[in-house]
Design a protein around this ligand. Sequence first.
Ligand SMILES: C[S@@+](CC[C@H](N)C(=O)[O-])C[C@H]1O[C@@H](n2cnc3c(N)ncnc32)[C@H](O)[C@@H]1O
Length: 370
Amino acid sequence: MAETLSPFAPLTLRRWPRRRDETLRAWDAADLYLWRSGQQEQRGPATLVVNDQCGALWLSALASGPAWSAGDSWLAWCAAEANARDNGVELPEGGWLWPWRQPPASVDQVLMRVPKENALLEAQLAWLATSLPAGTPIWLAGMDKHLPPQLVPLMQRYLGNGQAGLGWKKARRFQAVAPGGALARAPEPARVAVSERGWRLQAGPGVFGSQHLDIGARFMLEHLPTGVAGDVADLGCGNGVLGLALAADNPAARVTFCDESALAVESARANAEALFGPSHRHRFHLGNGLDGRQERFDLILLNPPFHRGHAVDEQVARTLFRHARRHLAAGGELRVVANRHLRYQRPLAKLFEQVEVIASNSKFLIYRCR
Ligand SMILES: C[S@@+](CC[C@H](N)C(=O)[O-])C[C@H]1O[C@@H](n2cnc3c(N)ncnc32)[C@H](O)[C@@H]1O
């Protein structure tokens, strides 16, 4: 069981979704370093937190003044909400800022965790540059092993200043001030070539597969079913490539594109509009797996994640298998593409009556589960 009593005491913090056998903590040394830096140098009580994972920074900041949390992840939002409930903290209405909502003008300082994806880092620096009054202090931090070498040059580019601070417990902090206006344009959404379809799909910053089409997804594209009518879910849709291809081949299917990343869902929406026109029949769901969906699906497509943040974690895939099982219509099918080494046969066989490998190559397997 991961420790819940934290250096952020009196807060007790846990990750979300809640798991009995959780091994990961809801904060790390970079959170603590960032929080202490912000406290020591505080310019005023109003704090904007960016990329908080489980609410450690946001809930701590709320104890001393108004605070907002900006992020792209539904799971991070749920973690903050659950931890607020456990600790009796009232979250302010509109306190969570999905990309790219304007932060209040009253922000005194920013505490930002450096995101995993550089494209998201660039987009967020550009957003801070244009959204904050000149001179607003911005603190950034991350664990040494995850920090991009181009961090300071990127701060210079988008904020016009920025320097690295000292290291502490394998974490490092960085400091800058907002320039009070755009110095460089945010990067355009990436375009991902899907050569077999002649498509160039849009992918927002940090969305999975925004550099190139994932090779697992490419293999799945070669093995999509035809003759599909009814409801289909593209579970963990990223930019929507799997569901879009299925929809293009099966005009009687209606696809629900689901992801926990708001930018992923927006990318899938933009791609569906570009391919099928604005009045298409498809739907979009920002959430944890299929939580909150009422319908049963005839087909669920899944190229599951095997990371949570920077940590390798097969549990996310297993959770999504359970969601699929709960949301399949009678006679429906889950189709999963997975790296050969991931050994999903057993967990799938525990949930589904029939699990077959319908295609394989040197790297991937495609499972059909009914
Ligand atoms: C390996 S990517 C696959 C993306 C896309 N389907 C493809 O094949 O290129 C997995 C996706 O699952 C999403 N994801 C991770 N955890 C999730 C969850 N709990 N609920 C919904 N989506 C999730 C990630 O944001 C990511 O877009």
